[in-house]
Design a binder for this molecule. Sequence first.
Ligand SMILES: Nc1ncnc2c1ncn2[C@@H]1O[C@H](COP(=O)(O)OP(=O)(O)O)[C@@H](O)[C@H]1O
Ligand SMILES: O=C(O)[C@H](O)C(=O)COP(=O)(O)O
Length: 424
Amino acid sequence: MILGVIADDFTGATDVASMLVRAGMRTVQVLGVPEGDLPEADAVVIALKTRTIAPADAVAQSLAALKALQAGGARQIYFKYCSTFDSTAEGNIGPVTDALMNALGTDFTIACPAFPENGRTVFRGHLFVGDQLLSDSGMRNHPLTPMTDANLVRVLQAQTAHKVGLLRYDHLGNAASAGERVAALRAEGVRIAVADAVNNSDLLTVGETCAELPLLTAGSGVALGLPPAYARRGWFTPSDSAAMLDSVSGPAAVLSGSCSEATNAQVAVWRATGRTALHIDPLALHQGTQTATGVLAQARAALAQGPVLVYATAAPESVKAVQAALGVLAAGELVEHALAHIAQGLVAAGVRRLVVAGGETSGAVVQALQVAQLRIGAPICPGVPWTQAALPGNGEPMLLALKSGNFGGPDFFAQALQQAGVAL
Ligand SMILES: Nc1ncnc2c1ncn2[C@@H]1O[C@H](COP(=O)(O)OP(=O)(O)O)[C@@H](O)[C@H]1O
Ligand SMILES: O=C(O)[C@H](O)C(=O)COP(=O)(O)O
């Protein structure tokens, strides 16, 4: 193993795994910290569900993942978080980064969430989503991690006691210049440098500059720049390793717990087609006037007519009203548990092609399905591949597309299902 990745949510894990596969690395994703040995691969991605949990718990799980990756022989560790730097004020990007640095005995790393292909760029330390500052984008309304400050140096400095600096765009013309700037930052006592990146060329420079650091922290974008740097060092030979997933038949479904602008649009497009779309109302769930079991029964009945969408996805004002009534974390858990229960019931009813929208949602669903490992297939869109799991017990194949909330075009759900051979 060359690269060991610790991802703080499940869609982010498949996102970075997909980027590594595209760059020719044989990549396997495991879900949670496995008991036994890690599979043999160029890169192993350990998907955790630590983005919004208590910092101490996120640190403990990340250190356990580090231990497993080190036992697997990883040369470099990559802490993967969201391209929109999703975190609460307490963390967990800062606390986990600090803990991993201490465990690895390193005094310097970078923080580079940029993913220009999906409109995430960092300029002078400020994160942009398209042409909007992060704090002006839809991410300001995220249910669990509202991002209200685009200045990443300031955001990260509030999460760590170590000095945070900036590897600015004008030092990224080439790896030599970037390396000189890194040396200067280290001499100034900077331990974590936010790295600008406004295009893929910057990511290639960052990859070459950072390929021999014990640790780097990033979104999935840097996974574009690292493999070429590894190949230049003779560490691996790129191959077309995107898994040819099995052809899987059987009913299909979409479960959506993301409330991002992109997912709201995707739900609206699906509903406009007249296909089955079943709404989960968190307040009704809480009051008992709606139950996950009841929605599951409706969904199972509708499978005979074709793929079904079950969604809690809602506009920001509706989400805020639910959170005011139930509490932020309680509302999130209530919906995640409902969608996880429905996922279990749909798989028991024969669903074998499943799209899940939302990082926390995907974590809850995949954990409920007790899936241990994913083979990474071809991308549906940048950052979202189809993956293949073996269901516990009989090992029957199942296709899963774990969609990051902000990724994919308006017609993503139909596009994904058609790519998996579903007739719509
Ligand atoms: N209508 C709703 N009201 C309140 N919370 C909701 C609602 N729908 C979904 N949620 C919660 O919002 C969170 C969305 O997070 P996530 O699944 O990671 O989506 P994203 O990928 O867009 O960040 C989850 O905890 C989910 O349970
Ligand atoms: O946007 C990214 O970098 C990742 O794909 C990711 O972490 C998405 O997280 P989300 O919770 O699904 O938005």
